[in-house]
Design a protein around this ligand. Structure first.
Ligand SMILES: Nc1nc2c(c(=O)[nH]1)N[C@H]1C(S)=C(S)[C@@H](COP(=O)(O)O)O[C@H]1N2
Ligand SMILES: [Mo]
Length: 255
């Protein structure tokens, strides 16, 4: 039985890879990230499928102790209300208003392929079961740092909203106008957090206040800061220039 599964899976993997270009050409609904015909991106798809086949379903990223915590620099956008860093003037103003009110008016909208779309205040999120984890953040630029993150596991929020069985991807949108997505494997992973706390304090602005994503099994750029809303989709959604793919970054960058 095991062998039979292995053979079927491997064939699925190979035919799947061969059809990746076909999906692009036919323009039919995407179930995986597009490669834009880039050979390296086709390799990403292979890595993604191989990791999903081979890794035990719930393999956890290593967790550390308080003594291991290091200093962590803030990278990329550190303040979305700064006109120099903002996605647009409008998003800078929106974020600035929320920040001045200490995020009392901020809500996380969760919509798409869920039975009960909802808006969560920070207090709402803090009422859900929380998780604290000390993990290593690894940036694609070649540095890493260990920090403690506190938040609500994404799966708790998705469950509260009644995730539909057809749901395959969770898409995130931020106040600095970027967007990225993860698959259900990462979305339901016990260490995937919507973090509102860092090193025992509230999440600083520079590190993504009021809420950031932590995806511990992928490189740092998947852990989006400054979350504004979440959309669950049944198919892969390409956010165009807001996302990593068009800039040449891998959609899946497992570690
Ligand atoms: N919204 C948003 N999220 C982001 C970024 C960003 O510029 N904007 N930078 C990413 C990158 S490349 C890294 S390494 C981490 C940095 O997180 P830190 O500032 O808390 O160290 O955030 C990621 N999430
Ligand atoms: Mo990064």
């Amino acid at each position: 039985m095991r062998d039979r599964n292995a053979i079927i899976s491997r064939r699925g993997l190979l035919t799947g890879l061969a059809s990746a270009g076909g999906v692009l050409l036919s323009g039919c609904t995407q179930t995986e990230p597009p490669t834009y015909g880039n050979v390296l991106r086709m390799g990403d798809l292979f890595t993604y499928r191989a990791q999903r086949l081979l890794l035990p379903a719930r393999s956890l990223a290593r967790e550390y102790s308080r003594a291991d915590i290091t200093s962590i620099q803030a990278i990329g956008t550190t303040n979305p209300s700064d006109p120099e860093q903002a996605g647009s003037q409008r998003s800078a103003e929106v974020y600035d208003r929320l920040r001045r009110a200490e995020f009392a008016d901020w809500r996380l909208r969760v919509e798409g392929s869920v039975a009960r779309p909802a808006s969560f205040s920070l207090a709402d999120l803090m009422r859900l079961p929380a998780r604290t984890q000390i993990t290593k953040h690894t940036c694609e630029e070649g540095w890493s740092a260990i920090a403690e993150w506190t938040g609500v596991p994404l799966r708790q929020v998705l469950t509260a909203c009644g995730l539909r069985p057809s749901a395959r991807f969770v898409n995130f949108f931020t106040f600095d106008e970027s967007s990225d997505s993860i698959d259900m494997f990462d979305a339901l992973h016990p260490q995937t957090l919507l973090a509102y706390g860092m090193n025992g304090r509230e999440l600083p602005i520079a590190h993504g206040a009021p809420l950031r994503l932590r995806v511990e099994r992928q490189l740092g750029y998947k852990s989006l800061k400054f979350l504004s809303h979440i959309v669950v989709t049944d198919h892969f959604f390409d956010p165009g220039k807001l996302g990593p793919l068009q800039a040449g970054w891998a959609w899946y960058i497992g570690i």
